[in-house]
Design a protein around this ligand. Structure first.
Ligand SMILES: Nc1ncnc2c1ncn2[C@@H]1O[C@H](COP(=O)(O)OP(=O)(O)OP(=O)(O)O)[C@@H](O)[C@H]1O
Length: 203
């Protein structure tokens, strides 16, 4: 299913952030979100993931299709790596956690409590979670933060495999992942702040 966004306007903290944004993300494709700090990449991903409503516009193809990986990975600290993945597999109704463990080289860490992982290891677990969701559209916010070079490669490989199986990915990142993808520059869609009349400003 194609994710289709039409004339979308979104806000954060009560202030408009982006407006007039339209794009389509068909199966098998990746879209890289670019733009300066604060432009609204996270806000857009949160909106598509259903965590906040848009101000205006239409989002189609996002109902129960999106797996969102944010800065905080929602990892349960007292559960082991394998137990975390099994937990999410149950939530999403999928069965096999082995491909997720293999893709992010987590087998040596499988029995370790997630709370005792390093930042990069936690991030690998958070990304492995994507595989057990079984959801077709991955919405990823700075997915490579804390990853070493090898892990960035494993991540890029997992995205390529996902696209090859008809999945899609929307990725906010400042680095070049070496994935064939279109780039959506968000700066031109920055919301214009309401103009204050010069006379009013001094009243
Ligand atoms: N929790 C919050 N409450 C209020 N405003 C926020 C909050 N988080 C972000 N903002 C504001 O919303 C706007 C968009 O932020 P957002 O996090 O979406 O940007 P971003 O493009 O993801 O930035 P970055 O590249 O730094 O991650 C910014 O002006 C930011 O200051």
């Amino acid at each position: 299913m194609t994710l289709r966004v039409t004339d979308l306007s979104i806000a954060r903290g009560g202030l408009p952030v982006l407006e007039g944004l339209s794009f389509a993300l068909p199966p098998g494709r990746a879209l890289i979100l670019r733009g300066p700090n604060g432009v609204g990449k996270t806000t857009l991903l949160r909106t598509l993931a259903g965590l906040q409503p848009p101000l205006a516009g239409r989002i189609e193809g996002a109902d129960e299709t999106i797996a969102y990986a944010a800065h905080s990975d929602g990892i349960k600290a007292v559960l082991s790596v394998a137990e975390n993945l099994a937990f999410w597999a149950r939530i999403f109704g999928t069965a096999d956690i082995a491909p997720a463990i293999a893709a992010f080289h987590l087998s040596d860490l499988a029995d370790r409590p997630a709370g005792a992982l390093s930042a990069g290891q936690k991030r690998r677990l958070g990304l492995a979670r994507l595989l057990v969701t079984g959801r077709p559209i991955w919405a990823l916010d700075e997915p490579t933060v804390s990853l070493d070079r090898a892990a960035v490669g494993w991540f890029a490989e997992a995205v390529r495999a996902h696209l090859g199986q008809g999945g899609a990915a929307l990725i906010a990142t400042h680095i070049d992942l070496g994935i064939e993808a279109e780039v959506l520059e968000l700066a031109p869609f920055r919301a214009k702040l309401p103009q204050i009349d010069a006379d009013e400003a001094f009243l």
